[in-house]
Design a protein around this ligand. Sequence first.
Ligand code: ZN
Ligand code: ZN
Length: 466
Amino acid sequence: MTINFRAEVDKRKDEFMTDLFDLLRINSERDDSQADAQHPFGPGPVRALDKFLEIAERDGYPTKNVDNYAGHFEFGEGDEVLGIFGHLDVVPAGSGWNTDPYDPQIIDGKLFARGSSDDKGPTMACYYGLKIIKELGLPISKKVRFIVGTDEESGWADMDYYFANVGLPLPDFGFSPDAEFPIINGEKGNITAYLHFAGENSGAAQLHSFTGGLRENMVPESATAVISGQLDSLEDKLAAFSAEYGVSASADNLSDGRVQVTVIGKSAHGAHPENGVNGATYLAKFLNQFAFEGAAKAYLELAGETLFEDHDAKKLGVAIYDQQMGALSMNAGVFKFDAGAADNTIALNFRYPKNTSPEVIKAGLEKFEVESVSLSAHGHTPHYCPIDDPMVAILLSVYEKHTGLKGHEQVIGGGTFGRLLERGVAYGAMFPGYTDTMHQANEFADIEDLYRAAAIYAEAIYELIK
Ligand code: ZN
Ligand code: ZN
């Protein structure tokens, strides 16, 4: 039986966009300030989950919402279960958008909205792939469980809860449409280390506060410090710094002789710190010209010298390379300093290959002038699904058929739900050569790419469950 999956996608374009727009209009950022027992990550993620399950129910699937942490719908019957894992939460919109991040707009074939490429767009492309199989009534021999999480971007507490409470065994094999084609069959380990500093401050220049970064897995777009004391030629030095490094910077006089200095760089995904300009490390580098002392000095020196452009952690002394999995990367993601506070921190997010460990990284960081180093409670160990797994072979062959390009294995630093299963990978939805705007301002997905991806998902899912 030959089916033209692309033609089937084309018949459903309008419906696909309508459903996707409905999801994109929901601001599903995690909001702990509004979280409660019914809304574990705040109301936005729950609204997105409800909408997705409503769409699935409309289309005739049995659905299950596991206490607003995550949910699934099922299709077909069989002893083996294919798991598909998407996520409906998004990272904060941040600033710098040309459109409203929650009012999706198609401009020149690009769909602009937070979540368009990470991960509502790919999740719905995959959803429509499966919908085609269902509506064509194709013969299948396995069950599909399509699972959507609502806390992928922060700590995966959605999936911890889901698997503990759903009352079903793990799917036998599966993929997550949350990265790129041809395939991601390996993912680096992921751990955040927190550098702790005291808050005392005894120099001729005083650091009252230093803040930057929204999430550990995002490059801080901007950072702000409030300073006072001996700040000779601050305005001139700031203009010179701004010109030398190509970042925008400003200084505003507050009351009591305090000055607020802000540096704006460029955000990027924390797994690719080299694609961003870390506003916080640049601000610290600028401030290092003044006579800070004590913990403030230690904080600014580490932030502005050691962490400055240290994407592979060479200056930190924990760089490492692995033949199969590539190099370790480091994103200095969240900065919090308040003079007088007992605990001030810098959060460093590491993506590491399989020949190092969080303990080795921690020991390396303890060599610096910090009070202490702690590690995040949740991390991920490196994950690798062999290229000769039959599922991987099917996914690559469908990709090759649709694109005419050669498939090959890939290891990334970003963690996806693909790693939840031993036989798990990430598959799409971005194509080679795409512009990666995930976690950035003006995030977009190319509409034509979403349709191409939907056709690939349809055929790949069918090949896996027929
Ligand atoms: Zn994602
Ligand atoms: Zn993401």
